[in-house]
Design a protein around this ligand. Structure first.
Ligand SMILES: [Zn+2]
Length: 321
């Protein structure tokens, strides 16, 4: 995915939304002004007053601003009352932007508006086809009944276990703004780990957070490229998103791609995110004890120390579906 293409698409979308909102306001204005000609007269008077004020201030007339303000306020009030009478509750004709903070520009001064990140995440998901997956795999569609109610090895049933994990996920989502979500899912394949990751991703994206999903394979490939300097511009941009996103999901952590070099990078990613209080969700097809062997003891101790760890239990659900 070409990230510069993503950015330019987002700014095109902003431009389109702005144009739509402004044209709609302009059309409404034309309609109302043709119904009541006094509105146009008021605007003309205000504009005449402004140029008068300008000339007066050039002459050094100190009382001009006060007189102008008084006359102008009266005219604005008259215009407001006419518009209210015509059914415009606020008494003002203004474009209805999707984002009231940045007026659909994506920027507030020199900073990106929060709506930009939301659009970035949506675009990213749309282009990576995850958008379609999230339409299917979300909490609304979650079917707990496919999990067995028979107690499993530990005495807990897969059904109770998944309910507990979902409850914990919901509460982490509720507290997401004030408390970083660090969750680690592990267990064999086909027990709903990726599905649960997608549910959480969808829920947080709907709330406007920037969620970045990466399979462990893609992540380690990227880390290798960055390490050996083969990284393209797009990959470099992606690596900055890895540190900057609100939630990083690393799915399918297993044996593939891990080596001592990428382990150092992986450890750094976890550390940076923990230090900057950004949330991370990892799912692994490994037993917790294997993490230390396949990755490193340092990574294992970070996970055990800083993540809430959940085991997915039961029999492979895909066989029964
Ligand atoms: Zn905005």
């Amino acid at each position: 995915m070409d990230i510069s293409k993503v950015y330019s698409e987002i700014f095109d979308d902003y431009q389109r939304d702005r144009k739509f909102a402004e044209e709609k306001a302009e059309n409404l204005k034309n309609k109302l002004y043709s119904k009541n000609t006094r509105l146009g007269e008021i605007d003309a008077e205000i504009s005449r007053l402004s140029s008068e004020l300008f000339r007066a201030s050039m002459r050094g007339d100190k009382s001009a601003p006060e007189i102008f303000r008084e006359k102008s306020n009266k005219l604005c009030e008259e215009r407001q009352n006419i518009l209210i009478g015509m059914g415009i509750a606020s008494g003002r004709i203004e474009p209805e932007y999707k984002c009231g903070l940045c007026h659909d520009t994506g920027m507030i001064d020199t900073q990106r508006c929060s709506c930009f990140n939301k659009r970035l995440a949506e675009k990213y998901y749309q282009l990576s086809n995850l958008g379609n997956i999230l339409k299917r795999e979300n909490f609304e569609n979650f079917n707990y009944d496919i999990f067995s109610k028979e107690p499993f090895k530990s005495g807990v049933s897969p059904y109770d276990n998944i309910k507990h994990i979902a409850d914990e996920a919901h509460s982490a989502i509720e507290n997401f703004k004030s408390k970083p979500m660090n969750m680690f899912f592990y267990g064999s394949s086909g027990l709903g780990k990726s599905y649960m990751c997608n549910c959480i991703a969808k829920e947080l994206m709907d709330r406007g957070y920037f969620v970045l999903y990466m399979s462990a394979y893609t992540l380690f490939q990227l880390l290798t490229d960055l390490r050996f300097n083969n990284a393209s511009g797009e990959e470099k941009e992606k690596s900055s998103l890895i540190n900057g996103c609100d939630l990083l999901i690393i799915d399918d952590l297993g044996t593939e791609g891990a080596n001592s070099a990428t382990n150092v990078e992986f450890f750094d990613i976890l550390n940076i995110r923990l230090r900057t209080e950004k949330s991370t969700l990892i799912s692994a097809n490994l037993n917790i004890s294997d993490i230390g062997t396949v990755y490193s003891e340092r990574i294992l101790s970070r996970i055990l120390g800083c993540f809430n760890v959940y085991e997915f239990i039961g029999k492979d659900l895909r066989i029964f579906q």
